[in-house]
Write a protein that binds this ligand. Structure first.
Ligand SMILES: [Fe+2]
Ligand SMILES: [Fe+2]
Length: 162
């Protein structure tokens, strides 16, 4: 990052990198959770749900990429050891239900993950509103995406959970 870009950041770099590292883990774990659920689920509605899971799993990977780029820009190092992702994550990881036909559980788990992401990004966007505008903007974009995800899954819950 260049001199002026560093100058305009008033937040402590370590603190920003710490928050980004947490979010980075959350995104990888959400990506993995959705990706695996897409392969695992079986049953009548599984094909429809699979496509949505794959699409959103790709979105979460895109989020992880944005966050990694910002960590590097700030002079940090994205988590190199994947074994550390659960440790550093804020929202944690929910493994797919042992019963692959339990689609209600998949929906619930995704809704829980999205709710946690929304809470996290709304807090972080607020936190850096005046001290790190680039990070603030990125969290705002991520928040907008997760709000859209939650809306989509709530609609699906209305169809599939009766
Ligand atoms: Fe995400
Ligand atoms: Fe999401």
């Amino acid at each position: 990052m260049g001199r002026k870009s560093r100058e305009i950041i008033r937040a402590k770099a370590d603190e920003v990198i710490g928050d980004l590292t947490k979010a980075y883990a959350d995104e990888w774990l959400a990506h993995y959770q959705y990706w695996l659920a897409a392969r695992w689920i079986r049953g009548l509605d599984a094909d429809t749900m699979r496509d949505i899971l794959i699409e959103q799993s790709n979105d979460e990977l895109g989020h992880a990429e944005k966050i990694a780029n910002r960590i590097i820009q700030l002079g940090g190092t994205p988590t190199m050891d994947p074994g550390k992702l659960i440790q550093t994550s804020g929202c944690g990881y929910k493994q797919p239900a042992s019963d692959p036909t339990d689609l209600k559980q998949v929906i619930q788990d995704v809704l829980d993950a999205e709710a946690c992401a929304i809470e996290t990004y709304s807090k972080l966007a607020e936190k850096y509103r005046t001290t790190d505008l680039v990070t603030h903007e990125m969290f705002e974009e991520l928040l907008e995406d997760e709000v859209g995800d939650e809306e989509e899954w709530e609609k699906l819950a209305g169809i599939w959970i009766k």
